[in-house]
Design a protein around this ligand. Sequence first.
Ligand code: SF4
Length: 454
Amino acid sequence: MTPGRSVSNLSWSAPVDKNQPPRQGLRPPLDPADLRLPEGMRFSCHQSGRCCEDFWEIPLDGASFERLKSLPLETISPRFAELAGYTEPACGRKGALGLRRVEGRCVFLDPDRRCLIHSRFGPAAKPQACLDFPFRYVCTPRGVFVGLSLVCPSVRAGRGRPLEEQRAEIAANFARSLSVSTVPERVELSPGLDLEFEIYEQVEECLYRLLELETLSLDDRLGAGYVFLQLLDRAVRELGAEGEASAQTSRLIEVFRADEFRRVTTIARKARGSARVHRALLGLLITYRSAFGERRRGRLGQAGYLLYQYFRGLGGLGSLAMVPIRGRVAFRRLRGVRAEWSRPDFVEQIGLFCRHSIFRKDLVLSGSVLKGYGFLLVFVALIRWYALAYAASRGRGMVGDEDLGSAIEAIEKYYCFHTDFMRLFEDYPLLSWMVDQVLAKPAFAPTMLRPKGP
Ligand code: SF4
């Protein structure tokens, strides 16, 4: 995997399972009852246009391409009479096509943010990637989980029809979807320690339970989740019965439950983090994300640049390029913006991001559960930094709703749901080692969560 290719390869569809047929109509129909829907979530398209613009690729699969070619697109505009008028080569995939973008917007998006294909020929005429949005299907031994992209403002705000009412439509779309992943048969709690999926579900249930502890702040709830995973992992390893990790995990979970997670929450509340490491690590990740979409530096030059930024971050010096925000953002400007992170609606938005990431199996799909949860905490910290940066770029001294919404959208798009960015660390052993060292520290969670800004 080359950094340049992967970092720029943002697309509507989540990373696609190579074992799934790429063409439409080849997946067996799904019984709607086998869908696992996220409780209480809603979605209807309110034409925000957020999924049709902002530089990401809109892939065209073969069937969608044929469908588009069969439509009288020239009746919309003479420029659509030619293929080049509405397609462009897809990034990094030889011979593949995507929808053409002009100034970062799909050519079919009209000035009122309406899709011209939808309004002229009906919703079913749209490319499959458009029909998939905002859904991603995750196949597991316990049914197909339906995750949603929090890039969509309607999903974030819970506007639209309840998903439960759309069960049959969502199941029908599964058969031809381009956005399908499959969890591995055994789930890694940490490298080399794997569990049956049913046991992993017990781990997940504990994480939800900790996230609901209203007597704690959101940060302490999230920190308690990390302490729980670390203690569980350590205890299973110490018991060390070869091949019995699932049974040991299940027994240990009962012990945590019987204690009502008191030990875990006590440790989480007492833990203290480091503001300097917080700054350095997040500054490094942001630099990594922004710089590695380009091919300006060689591998050695990139490593040197990252180390330079790491030490600048430690001292809170200089500025950062934070895609997709235009221009560089100085640490000084970020520190000049205030935020009330304990505001109930902010807690709700960030809590939704965390709960839904767990539901849609992000922890499992990003490698081991412990690492996946560590990255979840990193994403929460990044959301806060981005919210500060959006507020600064809009000339505000205080983070508002719009800034937090934009921040969640940016993290989903550029770090999390729509990119396999975090997997790029595998290409850089030194960076990967540094991240693993930080993740293994007991102070990792408070280091990510307590210092709430740069
Ligand atoms: S074809 Fe329509 S729905 Fe798809 S990206 Fe373009 S404007 Fe959006």
